[in-house]
Design a protein around this ligand. Structure first.
Ligand code: PHE
Length: 348
């Protein structure tokens, strides 16, 4: 076998081995370096081509063809492999960037305000819309603000209308000189508001509402809670009448519940109002639910706050926020509001 045949053999092996190796490469960078190793200036192929001119003329063309054929095989193999690896890379990138728009992400569970807080805020909004400002006062009150200034002196029999939770003032290391209690209604805020207005010279006229938490020594049932919420309304001005009070309550009922529900007053008794009434609001089923009390501010109450009852008159009401929420949301049992059952609370 002459040199010429050896070279033909070598070329055949070179091409076959090269193609086989190229087919195993799975990285574009490796493919680039393999391509220059097989086909570049330093390659065996380039050497053999350079050696052509030393060969006998009659061998040159067959060897030249064989060289070209080997080169073409290797170039084709590089090209096929490059396309294949390109496709793989694109596929990988698409897979990585793929957005599955059908995927169920599971709704984020946002909390929301408790229904009583929502009701409280809605009531404030309604009264602010009617021109009232919002006032507040402490939940721990003195006997004077909660009872005495409201025309309920210590021996007044009507005190038993409020089952009161008293604080043991001895435990407070003498901080409290007076009998402390948990306020049984928001009416002491009437007193605080009138005294503040007189002292600061900002009123009357006074138009305030006061929403807040109140306490009674009561057992919880469907219509009572020992801790509940009231919204107090107080107007003090010249010559206001029971008709103004009834009109304000009806305007509130329409504004809060919409046109379908209406209110009525039933004669009643509170030491701090004269005359006094209970307020009922009609239910969607035609029955009436008591939501609170109201009346014309008693002259003794005005006097206790430093206002002259000859000059000023006032009206007030106190509504149960929880009861208003009960009507509005059709809740059967007030205790559901505080049972902390997420299945109930989520719906409101
Ligand atoms: N404070 C009374 C109660 O809680 C309600 C009320 C408020 C009555 C204002 C008259 C005027 O029972």
């Amino acid at each position: 076998m002459g040199e010429h045949d050896e070279i033909l053999d070598e070329l055949a092996g070179l091409a076959a081995d090269g193609v086989a190796e190229l087919q195993r490469i799975d990285d574009l960078k490796d493919l680039g370096s393999a391509a220059s190793r097989f086909l570049g200036k330093q390659s065996r192929l380039a050497d053999l081509k350079a050696g052509l001119r030393d060969l006998a003329v009659e061998h040159r063309s067959t060897l030249g063809e064989a060289l070209n054929a080997a080169r073409t095989q290797l170039e084709d193999a590089v090209e096929v492999r490059r396309q294949h690896l390109d496709e793989l890379a694109v596929g990988r990138r698409l897979a990585a960037e793929r957005l599955d728009l059908t995927e169920e992400l599971g709704r984020e569970r946002n909390g929301h305000l408790h229904v009583i807080t929502q009701t409280w805020e809605q009531l404030e909004d309604v009264f602010v819309g009617m021109g009232f400002t919002v006032a507040d006062g402490p939940e721990v009150e003195t006997d004077w603000f909660n009872f005495e200034a409201l025309n309920l002196p210590p021996t007044h029999p009507a005190r038993s209308l409020w089952d009161t939770l008293y604080l043991d003032s001895d435990d407070l290391d003498g901080i409290a000189a007076e009998q402390l209690l948990l306020r049984t209604h928001t009416s002491p805020v009437q007193i605080r508001t009138m005294i503040d207005a007189v002292r600061s010279g900002t009123g009357p006229p006074i138009h305030v509402v006061c929403p807040g938490r109140v306490y009674r020594r009561d057992t919880a049932d469907a219509t009572h809670l020992p801790v509940f919420h009231q919204i107090e309304m107080l107007v003090v001005d010249h010559d206001v009448s029971m008709a103004d009070l009834a009109g304000t309550i009806e305007a509130f009922t329409k504004a809060y519940f919409g046109g379908d529900l209406t209110s009525r007053l039933r004669p009643s008794y509170f030491p701090f109002t004269e005359p006094s009434a209970e307020v009922d609001i009609s239910q969607p089923d035609g029955s009436w639910l008591e939501v609170g009390g109201c009346g014309m501010v008693h002259p003794n109450v005005l006097t206790a706050c430093g206002l002259d009852p000859e000059e000023w008159s006032g009206f007030a009401f106190g509504f149960g926020i929880d009861r208003l929420a009960k009507i509005r949301h059709g809740v059967e049992d007030l205790r559901d509001f505080v049972a902390n059952d997420i299945r109930f609370l989520e719906q409101l």
